[in-house]
Design a protein. Structure first.
Length: 254
C-alpha cells in the first residue's frame, strides 16, 4: 500500500511537471511563430534612383482557410514610375494605374499618373496558399524615390471571406504591431536599429524573367526550425521527468 501511494504521487508529479514544461515552451515559442506569419518584403532597403526587385512572402495563418487573394497598395505621395511583376502559376495579376492628386515633377518630366495597386488572385483551387504553406510574389519597381521610407500595405483575403490588412506602422522602438505593413527603407534606418537587407540592385527590365517559386510548406521555412526547437525542448522535459520518476520509485522500493 505504501509503495502504491508513492507511485500515485510520482505519477501526479510527473504529469504536472510535463504540463508545466509544455506550457512554458508554448509561451516562449508562440511570439516567434506569430512573427513568422507576417507578410514581409525582402530586401528591406533600396538605393534612391535604382530599380529594385521586391519579393513579398505571404504565409497562411489560418488553420482552416486558404489565401486566395493579395492586394498590394503602392505609395502615391512618392510613386514608382514603373512597376512590373513576376508571373506566378495559377494566379492572375492586375496592375491598377491611377491619376495622382498632386503631380510629381522630376528632372525628366511631370508624372500625372502612376501604378497604385497590384492584385493577385488565385485562378484555381490548387494554386491557393493552403494552411501551413506560403507563396512569394515578386515585383520590379523604379526609379526608387529619394525619400526616407515607403509603406507597402498589403491586404490578404482567405477563402472563408476573412480579410487581414497588413498596414500598421512600426514605431521607432522597433516593437512590431499586430499587423505590421511591409516597409522599404531608402534613407531612413529600420526601427529599433536592426540591420536591413541588402540594397536592391538596378533592374531596368520590363518584366522579371526569373523562374517563379511555388507555394511551399512552412516546414521549409524558419518556422520549421522553431518546431524543431520545440521538439528538442519537449524531449528534454520528458527525459528530466522520467529520470525524476525513476528515482522516486527506486527510493520507495528501498
Amino acid at each position: 500500500m505504501h509503495q502504491q501511494y508513492i507511485r500515485s504521487i510520482v505519477r501526479r508529479t510527473t504529469a504536472r511537471t510535463a504540463a508545466a514544461g509544455a506550457a512554458t515552451l508554448l509561451a516562449v515559442l508562440a511570439p516567434a511563430a506569430a512573427a513568422q506569419a507576417h507578410v514581409r518584403v525582402t530586401p528591406t532597403t533600396a538605393a534612391p534612383g535604382s530599380y529594385a526587385t521586391l519579393t513579398f512572402k505571404v504565409p497562411t495563418e489560418s488553420a482552416t482557410a486558404s489565401t486566395d487573394r493579395l492586394v498590394l497598395t503602392l505609395p502615391t505621395d512618392h510613386p514608382f514610375g514603373s512597376v512590373s511583376y513576376q508571373p506566378v502559376p495559377g494566379w492572375s495579376v492586375q496592375v491598377t494605374t491611377s491619376k495622382l492628386a498632386t503631380p510629381i515633377k522630376t528632372d525628366d518630366a511631370t508624372i500625372t499618373e502612376a501604378p497604385t495597386r497590384i492584385t493577385w488572385t488565385a485562378s484555381t483551387s490548387a494554386a491557393r496558399i493552403a494552411p501551413g504553406q506560403f507563396q512569394t510574389f515578386a515585383i520590379s519597381v523604379g526609379p526608387v524615390p529619394d525619400v526616407g521610407s515607403l509603406k507597402l500595405s498589403a491586404q490578404q483575403t482567405y477563402t472563408d471571406g476573412s480579410v487581414v490588412n497588413w498596414d500598421e506602422s512600426t514605431p521607432s522602438s522597433g516593437a512590431e504591431p499586430e499587423h505590421p505593413a511591409p516597409m522599404l527603407y531608402i534613407k531612413s534606418a529600420p526601427p529599433g536599429g536592426s540591420s536591413a537587407s541588402a540594397t536592391g540592385a538596378a533592374d531596368p527590365a520590363a518584366t522579371v524573367a526569373a523562374a517563379p517559386r511555388q507555394a511551399t510548406t512552412a516546414s521549409g521555412d524558419s518556422s520549421g526550425q522553431w518546431l524543431g526547437v520545440a521538439g528538442i525542448g519537449v524531449g528534454a522535459v520528458a527525459l528530466v521527468v522520467g529520470a525524476y520518476a525513476l528515482t522516486r520509485i527506486r527510493s520507495a522500493k528501498s
